[in-house]
Design a protein around this ligand. Structure first.
Ligand code: KG4
Ligand code: ZN
Length: 335
């Protein structure tokens, strides 16, 4: 089965063509147009600018994805699109575009939840994780612990009550004068610093839930930087990045450890843009070794927002009979 998929939930316009053949999933093309350079001027994503940039990019991106995959529209079996969660104006661009394509070429339309898509990025790996498994989805907009019972029976069992991990990375990075989005550069800085230099608080809520709160940790870093500046002390940016990252990793390990005890799963999956973080990857590798479970992390190219991950989930939604009609709408928050 060949799926043409679209993603425009935040600041990346993406279109992919992917083939699904029994157990084999292949990315034929996965074009991603990033708007980062536009939003960097403002220190974060400006929703209306994002929607307008998606509108400008989507036709070319779709054309490129189809040409690079060397397929014709006649060969495409279904059209998939992210319809929730995300920036509403941004989501609406690809939802409308995908509907137009599905209508014109008389193809089934499949709506995909963005978080499910991030998890499904792992299905291109060999071996790929098979449900049931526990997943951590950590991106700029979302942080949740998810119980993936089957490919389409998926429940959030823990989440952040305020900032997402990527958002906290980006906000701390901004305070360290790193341009948006600073997550990747924080990763590099943290490798040169001492993770135990500054005792920042954890982002794991100290209760029985699997929930996080990263805004307190972020504020603790900001307060530390202000205090040091006021006292005329030189700031060791590497130590700040390393200590902040250490707190993030410890928080994640604490709640994931508990989640694995609850679910009893023998497979752990990491997904989302922050899955690219080398320190988080290492912390999860250690956790999986300690617990004797299998760990799955997508290749870096599939960690950030992209349409191939949407196609991977769409395949399973389609197999489960979950197709959309032309009343399909977009929703900023999950329904
Ligand atoms: O999944 P994604 O591309 O978009 C959303 O759905 O939000 O994630 C983007 C986020 C940004 O916050 C970015 O700074 C963060 O992922 N990120 C990282 C790293 N690479 C990207 N955060 C920490 N370490 C990294 N290496
Ligand atoms: Zn995302």
């Amino acid at each position: 089965m060949l799926i043409l998929s679209f993603e425009s939930s935040c600041d990346e316009t993406s279109c992919a063509v992917c083939r699904f053949d029994g157990e084999t999933s292949t990315v034929l093309s996965n074009i991603v147009a990033s708007q980062i350079s536009i939003h960097a001027l403002y220190g974060g994503v400006v929703p209306e600018i994002a929607s307008r940039a998606h509108i400008e990019a989507v036709s070319n991106i779709a054309y490129k994805a189809i040409s690079e995959a060397r397929v014709s529209m006649a060969e495409i079996d279904a059209v998939a699109v992210t319809n929730t969660p995300g920036l509403i104006g941004a989501l609406l661009v690809c939802v409308s575009f995908a509907k137009g394509i599905a209508f014109t070429y008389k193809k089934p339309l499949i709506a995909v939840n963005h978080i499910r898509g991030h998890i499904a990025a792992n299905y291109y790996s060999t071996p790929a994780p098979k449900p049931p498994f526990t997943a951590l989805v950590a991106s700029g907009g979302h942080t949740s612990i998810v119980n993936v019972e089957t490919y389409t029976r998926i429940n959030t069992i823990g989440k952040t009550r305020d900032d997402a991990i990527g958002e906290a990375f980006d906000k701390v990075a901004r305070k360290l004068n790193i341009p948006y989005p600073g997550g990747a550069e924080m990763d590099v800085l943290a490798s040169k610093g001492n993770p135990n230099a500054i005792p920042f608080p954890l982002g794991a809520i100290p209760d029985d839930t699997l929930d996080f709160s990263f805004s307190g940790l972020k504020t603790a870093v900001v307060n530390y930087l202000h205090r040091e500046e006021q006292n005329g002390n030189e700031i060791n940016r590497c130590d700040v990045a390393a200590s902040f990252t250490n707190s993030v990793c410890k928080s994640v390990i604490k709640k994931l450890s508990k989640a694995l005890e609850i679910t009893g799963h023998s497979r752990l999956v990491l997904a989302g843009g922050v899955a690219a973080n080398s320190h988080l990857r290492k912390a999860l590798e250690e956790l999986s070794l300690e617990k004797g479970i299998a760990l799955f992390i997508p290749p870096k190219a599939l960690c950030g927002d992209n349409a191939a991950m949407i196609a991977a989930q769409a395949y399973h939604e389609f197999k489960a009979g979950n197709t959309a009609d032309f009343n399909l709408n977009a929703y900023a928050t999950k329904r």
